[in-house]
Design a protein around this ligand. Structure first.
Ligand code: ATP
Length: 455
């Protein structure tokens, strides 16, 4: 297993900025630490990640339903969950340069910046506080949620009753979370505002270990199914001492990022901690009546908790590739077709007035079905490279021969192979190829002579 990521973070960051995936937030004012904005391509990538997750965990299953709970919640929620008392990291400050660090990141070393001596650690609560309404006093303090999970627990009863679900069943939610992290960094890996994709899967006590194992496998395979290379993904089971006080068991799915192996998703067996806590604090009965056995109990819960931004970083790093083609460097994002921000690029061979109407017509048709880009600037080779760099799986090239034979060239990103196909039925063809049909179902066609060659 390689212990070193082959991709340089700087290259990914630079591509993200250059091509409009991710920008520094408030850049014209000098930026805001650890905050990032997703540009036109980044927003598509994130949307595709969220859609792929939703499809896998909600749409294609009978036992999970969705939820979108509010970011601001009753402050008692965070008392019950343990966040007010315990969601803290040990903070140390350098006595010389006054930079602050998370003590657990330093292993007892001196200030990583200047080598200065550090203060004793003090606990720092990671929840962002604000006030609800015009009065800024303790009675009006509320928190920005540090995880989406609690919105699910407090809706357990509502969702179960209205969707008439029986155990085992789950609730899935995607949304923003906020943590006032002491140290942020590694681009979009650790930020103070981020998006999570979380499932709370409620099960009968005693079946929890089975379901825990099930979800660890399920979630691990999800990343592989979207193209993450197996050698860059691993599972790490938490040691007993490392487990949160409420967790019975926990696995991290780790990815080999440029800075090393780090958590991409956590899957925890949380027992009945959360529902029991909320039942106690709210005085509401959150138990489940099992009408098959006549038993009443508080369900156990398995929680697969993933980060959208961390996933985006992992998919970008994993997809980044460089190769030399005919003496020139080709940068490619080998993104899975479901994740690629743009699915098809329509490229007229030139801006010749005879080609443009047909190219525009094809573009108008394709964009109804796929995220499509039209590009007629510079040479065809340069345009292919531009699409390779943003991960577009297919380019459709319209040349002069197209005017005669009503066919176009389709070029595939990874192999650069080209096939010639009728314009009629193009949508269906592309749809099949975007759903995974092999590219070379027809004999490979050589594009020489049409001008659509890859150079
Ligand atoms: P870490 O140990 O990296 O701080 P954690 O164990 O606190 O993470 P969880 O509470 O398990 O993280 O959160 C679940 C997921 O949410 C993480 O696996 C990660 O993908 C995402 N996540 C958590 N904190 C952040 C953050 N500050 N920035 C970006 N994503 C985050």
């Amino acid at each position: 297993m390689p212990e070193q990521c082959k991709v340089d973070m700087e290259k990914v960051v630079s591509l993200c900025k250059r091509r409009g995936f991710v920008f520094q937030s408030s850049e014209i004012y000098g930026g805001l630490g650890s905050c990032w904005d997703y540009g036109p391509l980044g927003v598509e990538l994130k949307r595709n990640i969220k859609n792929a997750w939703w499809r896998a965990v909600v749409q294609e299953r009978d036992d999970i339903v969705g939820l979108d709970s509010s970011i601001m919640m009753h402050p008692q929620v965070w008392v019950a969950s343990g966040h007010v008392a315990g969601f803290s990291d040990p903070l140390v400050e350098c006595k010389v340069c006054h930079l602050r660090w998370r003590a657990t990141d330093l292993n007892g070393k001196r200030c990583p910046d200047c080598g200065g001596e550090l203060t004793e650690p003090r606990m720092f609560n990671l929840m962002f506080k604000t006030f609800m309404g015009p009065v800024e006093d303790d009675a009006h303090v509320i928190y920005l949620r540090p995880e989406t999970a609690q919105g699910i627990f407090v809706n357990f009863e509502n969702v179960m009753t209205t969707s008439r679900k029986k155990l085992p069943f789950g609730i899935a939610q995607i949304g923003k979370s906020f943590r006032n992290e002491i140290t942020t960094g590694n681009f979009i890996f650790r930020t103070r505002e981020f998006e999570q994709m979380e499932i709370e899967y409620f099960v009968k006590p005693g079946t929890d270990e089975h379901w825990f194992e099930y979800w660890v496998n399920e979630r691990f395979n999800w990343y592989l199914s979207l193209g993450i290379k197996p050698e860059n993904l691993r599972l790490r089971r938490h040691a007993k001492e490392e487990l949160a006080h409420y967790a019975k068991d926990c696995y991290d799915i780790e990815y080999l990022f440029p800075m090393g192996w780090a958590e991409l998703e956590g899957i925890a067996n949380r027992g009945d901690f959360d529902l029991r806590q909320h039942a106690q604090q709210s005085g509401k009965d959150l138990s489940y009546f099992d009408d098959e056995t006549g038993e009443r109990y508080i369900p156990y819960v398995i929680e697969p908790s993933a980060g959208v931004d961390r996933s985006a970083l992992a998919f970008l790093v994993d997809a980044y590739d460089e190769e030399v083609v005919e003496g020139e460097k080709r940068v490619i994002l080998r993104l899975h077709r479901d994740l690629a921000p743009i699915k098809v690029a329509v490229l007229p061979l030139s801006r010749n007035e005879r080609l443009v109407p047909l190219a525009k017509e094809i573009y108008g048709e394709l964009r109804r079905y796929f995220m499509t880009q039209y590009d007629d600037a510079q040479s065809i080779g340069r345009r292919y490279r531009r699409q390779d760099e943003i991960g577009t799986p297919f380019c459709v090239t319209i040349d002069f021969q197209s005017l005669e034979d009503n066919q176009v060239t389709i070029r595939e990103r990874d192999s650069m192979a080209q096939i010639r196909l009728p314009i009629k039925g193009l949508v269906e063809t592309l749809r099949a190829k975007l759903a995974g049909e092999s590219f070379a179902t027809q004999p490979l066609w050589t594009a020489k002579g049409t001008g659509a060659v890859d150079q």
